[in-house]
Design a protein around this ligand. Structure first.
Ligand code: GLA
Length: 453
């Protein structure tokens, strides 16, 4: 009897320290819209309802965007019972009314709070009200909660987020839990059972440097992502005006390669054709939403020029060439080599391989030596030919065993197994040779999907 009692005590301690989350949610990276990047505190019932309309009328809903998330500033106070109160001037009919409208469009509704005493805009935070707020959100009809880290002072991150996760679970309504503590406490190491996505960095700004710096920080995190547990490099800036169309295309492509949540952050009611063509590129979205849920790894890093690979289901893959430099580049791409490599395996998500010392130069690409898929001369590449053995030539010791064909569960593939699709040109490549020169604009990408024949 005593033993049984002890067992119960230990069990209850274990349960209270362990998070329970809704397991069947966010099996692919969540997609939707969030008010913050464009509207900051200027949120209102009208904006949210009109944005829900626009999500449908622009075709974004059909493309997969489903969550409409109101970020900071919808809340102003707590009443005498501690109940959170919305800004009555901006949301005259309350939050349930807005949620009902969003649901009536076949969409899902998201809201924002913070684990601390205040939000980042100094509105009331959730600290000490977790179970109460979770019940309120369930009553509103919330489907997604973004939970920030402002006002948190000395709180422990893991236990704070676990507490809210448990509160949401106890409230009984399946809610995607989006952890937003900016990567400060390495949530990728502990949040897989707590939330469905976690921010990995500080806030994005609408400019190239901010975007590309955040992208670089995702390199080591690939191993932590998968169905129901995503690294979140922050919301999209596409269409907000601070980057060129080319840069926005790069931003969107990189986020899709990372299997990132795709939360549009622009004004959906006023989109240029260019913005639409980016946010609505269904071939790119399909790469993000692939059910295998793999985050791309950096296959080769030559500084300004990188090659990223995302393994897709059905032994397919997406390959992204990235020109980070301010100049045009002409790169010689060996498609037969790219056909044979994959991300994952040993060293998955770890540091990318260094360029082999003394690698052969590429004509016309300063400092871009020894790139796989871009080695040597065109003649040398031709000799390799399509259907060359899947050995990663010139890449001894490449972590991840990429191109070795010897990984468990990995079928060695050759170029003959695939057709190669240019995901932005929306065309299959006609490859006369297994290698070809590809012209790349500054700050641009090329994304190829290797589709099984
Ligand atoms: C933090 C978050 C942002 C946004 C603002 C709102 O900075 O990281 O994404 O939610 O707060 O105040």
């Amino acid at each position: 009897m005593k033993k049984y009692f002890l067992f119960l005590v230990v069990l209850s301690l274990f349960i209270s320290a362990t998070a329970q989350k809704f397991d069947q949610l966010a099996k692919t990276p969540p997609m939707g819209w969030n008010s913050w990047n464009k509207f900051h505190c200027d949120v209102s019932e009208a904006l949210i309802m009109q944005t829900a309309d626009a999500l449908v009328s622009t075709g974004m809903k059909d493309a997969g965007y489903e969550y409409i998330v109101i970020d900071d500033c919808w809340q102003v106070s707590r009443d005498e019972n501690g109940e959170i109160e919305c800004d009555k001037e901006r949301f005259p009919n309350g939050m349930k009314y807005v949620a009902d409208y969003v649901h009536s469009k076949g969409l899902k509704f998201g809201i924002y709070s913070s684990a601390g005493t205040v939000t980042c805009q100094r509105r009331p935070g959730g600290f000490g009200h977790e179970y109460q707020d979770a019940r309120t959100y369930a009553r509103y009809g919330v489907d997604y909660l973004k939970y920030d880290w402002c006002g948190s002072t000395t709180q422990d991150a893991k236990s704070s987020y676990t507490n809210m996760s448990n509160a949401l679970y106890a409230a009984g309504r399946p809610i995607v839990f989006s952890i937003c503590e900016w990567g400060s406490n390495k949530p990728w190491e502990w949040a897989a059972n707590v939330g469905h996505l976690w921010r990995t960095t500080g806030d994005i700004s609408d400019n190239w440097n901010s975007m590309i710096n955040i992208f670089e920080k995702q390199k080591e995190l690939a191993r932590y992502a998968g169905p129901g547990k995503w690294n979140d490099p922050d919301m999209l800036e596409v269409g907000n005006g601070g980057m060129t169309t080319e840069e926005y295309r790069t931003h969107f492509s990189l986020w899709c390669m990372l299997a990132s949540p795709l939360m549009a952050g622009n004004d959906l009611q006023n989109m240029t054709p260019e913005t639409k063509s980016i946010l609505l590129n269904k071939e790119m979205i399909a790469i993000d939403q692939d059910t295998l849920g793999r985050q791309a790894t950096c296959y080769r890093d030559n500084g300004d020029y990188q090659i990223w690979v995302k393994t897709l289901s059905n032994n397919e893959k997406a390959v992204c060439l990235l020109n980070k430099s301010d100049e045009k580049k002409s790169v010689l791409v060996d498609f037969s080599l790219l056909a044979s490599i994959r991300s994952g395996g040993r060293g998955f998500g770890g540091p990318p391989p260094a360029a082999p010392a003394g690698g052969s130069g590429i004509p016309g690409i300063p400092g871009a030596q020894g790139m796989p898929g871009a080695q040597g001369t065109a003649a040398g590449q031709r000799a390799q030919g399509a259907g060359a053995p899947a050995a990663g030539q010139g890449m001894p010791g490449v972590p991840g065993g990429m191109g070795t064909g010897g990984q468990r569960g990995f079928t060695a593939m050759t170029l003959e197994d695939y057709k190669v699709r240019d995901v932005w040109e929306h065309k299959d490549l006609v490859l006369k040779e297994s290698s070809m020169y590809v012209e790349m604009l500054p700050h641009s990408v090329k994304v190829y999907r290797f589709i099984r024949k």
